[in-house]
Design a protein around this ligand. Sequence first.
Ligand SMILES: Nc1ncnc2c1ncn2[C@@H]1O[C@H](COP(=O)(O)OP(=O)(O)OP(=O)(O)O)[C@@H](O)[C@H]1O
Ligand SMILES: [Mg+2]
Length: 310
Amino acid sequence: MQRLLEKRLVFVAGKGGVGRTTVAAAVGLAAARSGKRTIVCEVARQERMSHAFRREGAGFRETELAPRLFGISIDPDKSLEEFLVDQIGSRRLASLLFHNRIFDYLAAATPGLREMATIGKVWELAQLERRRGSDSPYDLVVVDMQATGHGLGALRTPRTFADIARVGPVRRKAEMIDAFLRDRGQTGVLAVALPEEMPVVETVEFAEALRRQMGLELDLTVMNAMLPERFSRADADAIEAIDGAHGAPAVAAALRAAVSEHHRARAQRAQLRRLRAELDGEVVTLPYLFQPDLGLAEWQRLSGELERRT
Ligand SMILES: Nc1ncnc2c1ncn2[C@@H]1O[C@H](COP(=O)(O)OP(=O)(O)OP(=O)(O)O)[C@@H](O)[C@H]1O
Ligand SMILES: [Mg+2]
């Protein structure tokens, strides 16, 4: 984790619902605690971060949520407008173009234009020299990625775009971003997985694709939501051996539940061993928190666990 916090840009990747937003928030909190000016970017317009900090509506603005911790929800259209301003060099002209219907046709005809603008915004946030001199630089940018293909498509966008553009300033910018993303000294990737068969398989596949297509390694993998192992095998065998049929039904049900959870926890450990065997990088676990909805307090707790365990 310490190595991860030394980077300028960290992507939190994973399939839908595995806990990307939770882990991105936990990493952001840990980084800010360690003294780094940090920003967590959401790319799916969910604004979960600002919501948890009761700063709803912060949206596309960089907003300080806690000391040294900032949040932003990256809007593809706003990013595109910014991208145009930079390329054209005039806000008025760019705005005129952007709000022209012809532009919609242009954008639709250029595959990946919005994705390019989005990753361009993330890259811009990670630069020591910001676009506007009045913006202060961040030490670390944490990106809560899209779920599709673990977000690998977004990382590949600048390369694809540079190839399409072939020449000119857009190509140069895309190549610059691509080089930054492939630089392990600057860019880190954290994968989030769940201790189940398919998520483990998908995480291993993601690590391979990341290496093949970007030349990057997973810097850290978080196995999220691990159930506690409450009993030793001997205890579990003893519980299972109790013939609950003669006791109170509630007791019998509780015993069955305990045994069933024990089996699930053991199956999860097996998946964890598999993941560790198949990945070269570090795999750290986070506990399942028995709470209906995780908020700031739980993120703080998971953030502390991450720090302790890595
Ligand atoms: N360790 C955990 N213990 C208990 N609940 C968790 C844990 N991690 C995540 N959750 C819960 O699981 C749900 C999904 O987590 P989260 O939103 O972080 O995942 P995500 O990968 O960002 O999902 P999405 O694909 O919808 O963006 C949330 O309700 C979250 O509070
Ligand atoms: Mg999310």
